[in-house]
Write a protein that binds this ligand. Structure first.
Ligand code: ADP
Ligand code: MG
Length: 300
């Protein structure tokens, strides 16, 4: 029997290089070879093959794609083709879904999972937004494909909306996606899931001047124990999306008195070396679960 061989592309910053080494070592112990550092940006497709440095990627037993920062449209485009012929982690369809906030919210809500109330409307239907702000009091405008809190705009009243509209109209958008602003304590839970199992959790707190918890918006990470409700919500949300690996962002709605899924991330970062020192100790568990999953998905 041929030896199993997988391809992998994992971010190298923030301790990613060390994580990669650990994953490779554990896979070697199970007799699985790893071709690492496959940036599809440098690959080409030619007839029935996808080629990267003379390697035929379509012959690999699996591809693990884990690099949010360097994702390009070309890379996504080739990923999609590759996903039709070899197993991928995360599955391409699930990943593509969770890259879009509206598609994710729609599917989660359809499956009975609490999210922020939202509305999506055509760009020419902006008059809807005026009636919504009356009903909701405050709302958040979100680009459906954003990350790191970038481009999110809190709309506090009719006047803010009137001020914002000319800018949005200029941006040549196809649609508007807005969420009801949730009254919460400016902290969230990030719950990591791999292969249907709870891996670990931490919290983030927005900085004094911002309502967003993202680290890129000044938020800070802290050790946080989740309760069963939070864990089960994360497990269920992950199941609905179809992701093998996920990081589910959850906040507590103080008005409705319930937990709400804000976002499901398909490439949740491992704890950085600094965060590990702080007490975020789930990396090894996460690595083990990923290695188990790869082993299972490549069994011949
Ligand atoms: N509907 C909402 N109500 C209140 N705060 C929100 C809402 N949506 C997002 N936020 C805040 O903004 C942050 C970023 O939102 P999120 O949807 O996760 O986008 P991103 O992909 O940019 O991280 C969240 O972590 C949360 O702190
Ligand atoms: Mg987020």
């Amino acid at each position: 029997m041929d030896k199993r061989k997988i391809g992998m592309w994992l971010y190298q910053n923030g301790g990613g290089d060390k994580i990669q080494k650990k994953i490779i070592k554990k896979l070697e112990e199970r007799d699985i070879d790893v071709l690492a550092g496959i940036n599809l940006r440098d690959a080409i497709a030619k007839n029935s093959h996808i080629l990267w440095e003379k390697e035929k990627l379509d012959k690999l037993d699996l591809f693990l794609s884990y690099n949010a920062g360097e994702q390009t449209q070309y890379q996504m485009y080739l990923s999609k083709a590759l996903s039709h012929v070899i197993p991928m982690i995360n599955p391409f369809e699930a990943f593509e879904l969770t890259e879009d906030k509206f598609q994710t919210s729609f599917l989660l809500r359809k499956n009975g999972i609490q999210t922020a109330d939202y509305k999506l409307c055509h760009r020419d239907d902006s008059h809807h937004l005026k009636s919504i702000i009356k009903k909701w009091d405050k709302m958040v405008y979100k680009p459906t494909d954003g990350w790191g809190g970038v481009g999110l705009t809190k709309i506090e009243n009719q006047e803010t909306l009137d001020m914002l509209m000319p800018f949005l109209n200029q941006m040549d958008l196809r649609y508007f996606y807005v969420e009801k602003f949730i009254d919460y304590d400016n902290t969230d839970y990030r719950v990591d899931i791999v292969d249907g199992k709870f891996v670990g959790c931490y919290g983030r707190k927005a900085s004094g001047t911002d309502w967003r918890t993202n680290v890129t918006s000044g938020g800070s990470v802290f050790v946080r124990e989740p309760n069963d409700e939070v864990i089960n919500l994360a497990l269920n949300a992950t199941k609905v999306t179809g992701l093998d690996i996920s990081g589910v962002d959850i906040i507590y709605d103080r008005k409705k008195e319930e937990y709400v899924v804000l976002e499901v991330n398909g490439i949740p970062a491992f704890a950085t070396p600094e965060q590990e020192k702080m007490g975020l100790t789930f990396n090894d568990k996460k690595i083990d679960l990923i290695v188990d999953l790869i082993d299972r998905k490549t069994k011949k």
